[in-house]
Ligand binder design. Structure first.
Ligand code: ARG
Length: 457
């Protein structure tokens, strides 16, 4: 394709380091879409004939059919997807095929193809997050009033409802979705096609026409920027990385919750693995691998960022590695999503173990302090002190839950404490009382479940 000025063949390793076809063959749809729009525009501008355009259009359609049928032979000698398709086109339609590459370069071609791919993949990732949200909301719905410990510092803090805990992730994934869709919309603003190698072209091309045909708002206003920039991919990888960080925290909780020490949950057989030596084991491998994928996707972002940040304008071949990193990140993300949805849909929670753990560690002590403030008008600092002394006597008496401590023990510290106050110290009453907007009360959780269901409808 560029052999005119060369007398000798490239070294084998030169070809090995240079060829990207194994990776970028995934851009074939976008490449054909871009070429069709480009050829139509060339014909409309009188740069190629209508007959040549017709041959190019049907030739490209036939190539698409060949690729779909698995009949297309991808060749390393032809480096990348762009040259592979163009060479096949010329093989099929002759002369006209050689006219397609007028007024464009592989530099603007790849920037356009890759941008289209990233935009579509980002929207698909956002759809995948929506599916995960639906699974989480369904579980939150059936566990709106199940009680579990809420943690700070992984120490039991206050009881919360399981539904509330699961919905926290639904909120995180909503922001992740919005970020992914937002970046895809931003990427759709400018079309690189027609930037040519770097400086634009002397042919009378119509860049507005191709931008429009490919679903962009406008042609890139600067041709150097058009071919040199990859911030659309960086934004997608950053957004994916944040989203899978959230998924990784959920995965981490699955690992903790399914351990015999917590015993809050059991993964279904289809989402557990056994040990080759310890017959009793059920391991949460999928959750662990999601944590590892999160690390890798963050590294994909960091790698592409490092590649781009040292490049003088405009195009340099370093940019070819953008696709390996981006495809790997989107693949890892999609697989992680599927695994997470599978686990969430089939996990079983252990109500008794969660409730028991929620009451441990005198988790309703704040409720007693709040009662002292509300009913006795005690300053909060003093209420904190009084409650602390009651917790200490419960500890000394070996009573596990504040609600189980005899009333006389409360009154020994503060005589005005009533039976009604003591009755508020169960974990059930505690979560019911936290009914502020966004709070953990089952009533609030059910409202949020309804709100999400309306959002999904
Ligand atoms: N395979 C190349 C890439 O992905 C296409 C652009 C090649 N441009 C060039 N001047 N060699 O970046």
């Amino acid at each position: 394709m560029w052999g005119g000025r060369f007398a000798a063949q490239p070294a084998d390793a030169m070809q090995a380091i240079n060829a990207s076809i194994d990776v970028d063959k995934r851009l074939w749809r976008e490449d054909i879409e871009g070429s069709k729009a480009h050829a139509d525009m060339l014909a409309a501008q009188g740069i190629i004939t209508k007959e040549d355009n017709a041959a190019i259009q049907s030739g490209l359609d036939q190539i698409a059919a060949e690729i779909l049928a698995g009949e297309f032979v991808f060749s390393k000698e032809l480096e990348d997807i762009h040259l592979n398709i163009e060479a096949r086109l010329t093989e099929r339609i002759g002369e006209a095929g050689k006219r397609l590459h007028t007024g464009r370069s592989r530099n603007d071609q790849v920037a356009t193809d890759f941008k289209l791919w990233v935009m579509r993949a980002s929207r698909e990732a956002a759809d995948g997050l929506r599916a995960l949200q639906k699974s989480l909301v369904a579980q939150a719905d059936s566990h709106a009033d199940w009680i579990m410990p809420g943690f700070t510092h992984l120490q039991t803090a206050q009881p919360v409802t399981l539904g509330h805990h699961l919905l926290a992730y639904v909120s995180m994934f909503e922001r992740d979705r919005v970020r992914l869709i937002g970046a895809a919309l931003e990427a759709a603003w400018e079309c690189p096609l027609g930037s040519a190698a770097l400086a634009g072209t002397s042919y009378p091309i119509d860049r507005h026409r191709t931008a429009d045909a490919l679903g962009f708002h406008a042609p890139a206003a600067n041709s150097l920027d058009g071919v040199a920039s990859r911030d659309f991919a960086l934004a997608a990888l950053a957004n994916l990385s944040i989203a899978i960080t959230h998924m990784s925290r959920l995965a981490e909780e699955i690992v903790l919750w399914t351990s015999p020490q917590f015993a809050f949950a059991t993964l279904s057989d289809s989402w557990s693995t056994g040990s080759s030596i310890m017959p009793q084991k059920r391991n949460p491998d999928a959750a662990e691998l999601i944590r590892a994928k999160a690390a890798r996707i963050g590294a994909d972002f960091a790698a592409l960022n490092a590649i781009v940040q040292k490049l003088p304008l405009a195009y340099a071949k370093d940019l070819q590695e953008d696709k390996t990193l981006t495809f790997s990140a989107f693949d890892g993300f999609a697989l992680s999503l599927t695994a997470m949805i599978g686990m969430i849909d089939t996990v079983r929670f252990n109500r008794a173990a969660m409730r028991e753990a929620a009451a441990r560690g005198y988790s309703t002590a704040t409720d007693l302090a709040d009662w002292l403030v509300r009913e006795l008008k005690m300053p909060f600092r003093e209420a904190h002190e009084v409650t602390g002394r009651i917790v200490r006597s419960a500890e000394q008496a070996g009573v596990r839950e504040l609600a189980l401590l005899p009333l006389s023990e409360f009154q020994a510290v503060e005589p005005r404490i009533t039976e009604a106050a003591q009755a508020l110290l169960t974990v059930e009453k505690s979560v019911e009382s936290r009914d502020s907007y966004g709070g953990t009360a089952p009533q609030r959780v059910r409202e949020q479940v309804e709100r999400w269901k309306e959002t999904f409808a």
